[in-house]
Design a protein. Structure first.
Length: 69
């Protein structure tokens, strides 16, 4: 019976280690996905700002060209 208890204890220890590693992996993936989502939102916002600046630059260029004529 002692051998079965040792095997069972070893299996429990291994299972606990695997469970902890799995939990850490899930947490890491969750954090990475959350960071990617935030980065995507920031990139969209920056894209909108760049488009607004392009529009403003085009308008300023047009006004400057007409002023220099």
């Amino acid at each position: 019976m002692a051998t079965r208890n040792k095997l069972k204890d070893a299996a429990v220890t291994i299972g606990s280690a695997v469970g902890k590693a799995d939990a850490k992996a899930h947490q890491a993936v969750y954090k990475a996905a959350k960071a990617a989502h935030v980065a995507r939102l920031e990139l969209n916002e920056l894209s909108k700002q760049v488009d607004a600046l392009k529009k403003q630059l085009k308008k300023s260029t047009k006004r400057l060209k007409s002023a220099l004529r």
